[in-house]
Design a binder for this molecule. Structure first.
Ligand code: CA
Length: 234
C-alpha cells in the first residue's frame, strides 16, 4: 500500500482552494481543507498533516497566529501563501518558522515544486539534517563542503573569505528556503548587529562574483527582494 502525504490547505478563497486541491489531488496527495483558523487548528490536531499550506489572510484570525501556535509544539512544514505586495508579512512568517512562501498568483509547476521541497526535508532550527549529516551539498556545478569550509564551482575552489563562506554555509544548510536578512545577520554577526544589512549586501555581491557565471543573472544565489536570500535546492 502506498502511503500518501497528507496536506492541509488553510485558505478561505474558494477559487484558490479549488485550484490547489485539484493540483495536489492530481499529483497523488491526500488533501484536507480548512477555511477558518479555528477549523484549521482542529484539523491539525486531529489529522497531523505532513505539510500545511497556509493563507495569511483568514476571516477569523491572522495566519501568523496559527503559525505561532503551531510552532510552540510542532515542526510540521508550513508553506505560506500570500499576496505579492505584503513583504512585511512574509518576513514575519519566515521569522516565526514558516518553511517557505509562495506568492499569489502562482502556476501549477511552481506550486508543486515548493510542495515537494517542503515535504522532502524535515527541517530543524539549524537546517536540513540530511544535508548537514552528509557533509556536502551539491547543486549542479556548485558544491558546499561543510567539513573543509570550502565552496567549489566545477571542482575549483571559489576562495571565499571566512564571512562569505559562513553566509553560503548558512544558506546551504537551509537549501531551497528563503532566509530573511534579519535571520542571516543574527546568525552571523550576533543579535547586536542592528538592522543595517549593508555588510550582508556587500558580502553577497562578492560571493556572487566568485560563484556565479554572471552575477547579474544568478543561477545559485537568489535575492528575494525586500525579504532575504535563497540558495537553489539540489
Ligand atoms: Ca484569504
Amino acid at each position: 500500500m502506498i502511503i500518501r502525504d497528507k496536506i492541509l490547505i488553510i485558505e478561505d478563497e474558494e477559487t484558490i482552494l479549488r485550484f490547489m486541491t485539484a493540483t495536489l489531488t492530481r499529483s497523488g496527495y491526500k488533501v484536507l481543507k480548512a477555511q477558518t483558523g479555528a477549523d484549521a487548528m482542529l484539523m491539525i490536531e486531529s489529522h497531523c498533516p505532513n505539510l500545511i499550506i497556509l493563507d495569511l489572510g483568514l476571516p477569523d484570525m491572522d495566519g501568523v497566529e496559527i503559525l505561532k501556535k503551531l510552532r510552540s509544539w510542532s515542526g510540521i512544514p508550513v508553506l505560506v501563501v500570500s499576496a505579492r505586495t505584503m513583504e512585511k508579512d512574509k518576513v514575519l512568517a519566515l521569522d516565526l518558522g514558516a518553511d517557505d512562501y509562495i506568492c499569489k498568483p502562482f502556476g501549477t509547476a511552481e506550486f508543486l515544486a515548493r510542495v515537494r521541497t517542503a515535504l522532502r526535508h524535515v527541517r530543524t532550527a539549524v537546517g536540513n539534517i540530511e544535508v548537514i549529516s552528509r557533509g556536502t551539498l551539491t547543486v549542479r556545478e556548485l558544491t558546499v563542503d561543510f567539513d573543509n569550509h570550502k565552496v567549489l564551482r566545477s571542482g575549483r575552489d571559489c576562495k571565499l573569505t571566512r564571512s562569505e563562506y559562513r553566509i553560503v554555509e548558512l544558506l546551504a544548510r537551509h537549501e531551497g528556503k528563503v532566509l530573511t536578512y534579519d535571520f542571516i545577520m543574527k546568525e552571523l554577526w550576533g543579535p547586536r548587529m542592528g538592522k543595517d544589512n549593508q555588510i550582508l549586501r556587500v558580502n553577497m555581491a562578492n560571493i556572487r562574483h566568485k560563484i556565479e557565471t554572471n552575477p547579474a543573472r544568478p543561477e545559485y544565489l537568489f535575492t528575494e527582494v525586500g525579504i532575504g536570500y535563497r540558495l537553489a535546492a539540489e
